[in-house]
Design a protein around this ligand. Sequence first.
Ligand SMILES: NC(=O)c1ccc[n+]([C@@H]2O[C@H](COP(=O)([O-])OP(=O)(O)OC[C@H]3O[C@@H](n4cnc5c(N)ncnc54)[C@H](OP(=O)(O)O)[C@@H]3O)[C@@H](O)[C@H]2O)c1
Length: 213
Amino acid sequence: MKILILGAAGQIGRLLTKDLLEQTDYDLVLYARNASKRLKDAKSNRVSVVNGDFTNYDALVTAMSGVDAIYLNDMNSRNGVQTIAKAMKTTGLKRILVASILGIYDEVPGAFGKWNEKMVGKAGIQSHKETVTLFENPDMDYTILRLTWLYNQEGNRNYHLTFKGEPFEGAQLTRQAVSQLIVDILQDKSGKFLKSSLGVAEPNTNWAKPSFY
Ligand SMILES: NC(=O)c1ccc[n+]([C@@H]2O[C@H](COP(=O)([O-])OP(=O)(O)OC[C@H]3O[C@@H](n4cnc5c(N)ncnc54)[C@H](OP(=O)(O)O)[C@@H]3O)[C@@H](O)[C@H]2O)c1
């Protein structure tokens, strides 16, 4: 398998690169702005690097060559997300996992739902609602990750999933757990994560806000 990480110089992108190299035999394509400088430590005969913005159609098409699945680490650039979807159509690549945010289906109940909407803002949530639809459609083999509030903790890889239609549960989540979840989804043979949208949080954190706020 060959995996393309879009936004590979980001925090989760770097954790995921390390986890995939350690836990699988997959080949990786690391895509980032100024990648050859920023990711020069990621040396392995299983890794190749492509420089580019998410709006660089030609670089994306090149990066997608021979790739089986994509992890997209940022959904904030509408233009970028549209260009990625267009490059996938051109190359025929259908499998994508994307990092989005909680609240895009108004699925976060109670005090935490209100706090989250106040913190992210209605416009921010609306923007993710719109970009997610570019992948959450029958033509794509998508897995949408609706991530709750992120922090870092080495060794904490615990995650709890809710599926679309269920109320969201959990106010915080480590980036280490997100990386592990992506490895687990890519290795899953059952197909249960295909065409699915997952609420992702740390177990037993169903609080009114994250512990670090
Ligand atoms: N912080 C939270 O609590 C929270 C909660 C839920 C979801 N999320 C989402 O989770 C995602 C991953 O988190 P993270 O901590 O790994 O984020 P991060 O460190 O900011 O990584 C995102 C990466 O995406 C890259 N990127 C963004 N737009 C791009 C573009 N147009 N072209 C090329 N690269 C682009 C950035 O590139 P540069 O490094 O070049 O800027 C960055 O390296 C983020 O997208 C965030 O929106 C965060």
